[in-house]
Design a binder for this molecule. Structure first.
Ligand SMILES: C[S@@+](CC[C@H](N)C(=O)[O-])C[C@H]1O[C@@H](n2cnc3c(N)ncnc32)[C@H](O)[C@@H]1O
Length: 270
């Protein structure tokens, strides 16, 4: 990272810290989450704040979806965990949402993309397990109570820009469903822009528990700063219960995605 970028990052992190320390709403959110979910992330930088927003968002969606009961022992999977900076927050949420309970949290992502060192440190400190593979190669039938997909990419173009292969929803979702126990939950968090969000059209209506748009409830000044600097957009959160795959809808989604991409390619090359 260039020196200028590093300085900007440092300045930005300082701004977040100042905001949280000075702003009443910010303080309330941090205090409430730290007390309820027995987590304390320091320094209060971007990763910490986005982790706290994640808990806040899950809390709202679980309340709205009436998801009050999770088993006394939960095995969870995060598909496409990336650098997994939010893993401690996810773990704490699952432990203490109407808990406490035992939670074992696993993640899966391609081996070549990420800072394994970072994830290895998290694994050791928090007792997590990372699988380094394509989710399509994860062979864990009916193992998970809850499966997360957090900003796990949209159509072929987005996958390409990330340097990962596009997996067709009509193949990927049946596989993901097979990793979950009967009645397990699938939680999808996507930005609201069309490509990523369209993923939530791949499921049956009957399986849907809740669908919501989340805007972090913090001061406007803070939001505009964080949004401009990091593209910290509003999120769509969607929760459904297995069995949830609608194969016809998956095929429609991939066809639309492919057509849209071809059109965009044509427009860009003309
Ligand atoms: C935009 S990143 C999000 C990372 C993380 N969930 C977050 O929100 O910070 C999407 C991640 O999904 C991973 N991914 C995409 N397709 C995947 C697949 N078929 N199997 C495993 N991981 C996949 C990518 O490698 C990438 O790390």
């Amino acid at each position: 990272m260039k020196l200028l970028d590093r300085l900007r990052d440092r300045q930005f992190n300082k701004m977040i810290e100042d905001f949280i320390v000075r702003d009443e709403e910010g303080q309330e959110l941090v205090t409430r989450i730290e007390e309820t979910y027995k987590i304390k992330i320091r320094p209060l930088n971007y990763n910490a704040v986005s982790s706290y927003f994640l808990i806040d968002m899950l809390e709202k969606a679980f309340t709205e979806g009436n998801i009050s009961i999770l088993p006394s022992e939960v095995t969870a999977l995060d598909v496409g965990m990336g650098e997994w900076h939010y893993a401690p927050a996810l773990l704490s949420f699952l432990r203490f949402w109407k808990g406490p309970r035992e939670v074992s949290l696993e993640g899966v992502d391609f081996p070549e993309r990420h800072h394994r060192k970072l994830v290895n440190q998290l694994q050791k400190k928090w007792g997590l397990k990372a699988h380094w593979s394509d989710v399509m190669d994860l062979n864990q039938k009916s193992k998970y109570d809850i499966i997360f997909m957090i900003h796990m990419l949209g159509g072929p173009r987005h996958c390409r820009s990330f340097g990962v292969p596009y997996r067709r929803p009509s193949l990927m979702f049946p596989h993901i469903q097979s990793l979950g126990k009967p009645n397990s939950l699938l939680v999808i968090i996507a930005y609201t822009w069309a490509g990523e969000s369209a993923i939530v059209n791949c499921f049956t209506r009957e399986s849907r528990l809740t669908e919501d748009i989340y805007w972090p409830q913090l001061g406007k000044k803070f939001i505009s700063v964080i949004d401009n600097r990091f593209g910290f957009h509003n999120n769509r959160i969607y929760i459904c219960k297995s069995p949830y795959v609608d194969l016809e809808a998956c095929k429609r989604d991939e066809k639309e995605n492919e057509e849209f991409d071809a059109l965009l390619d044509m427009t860009l090359s003309s």
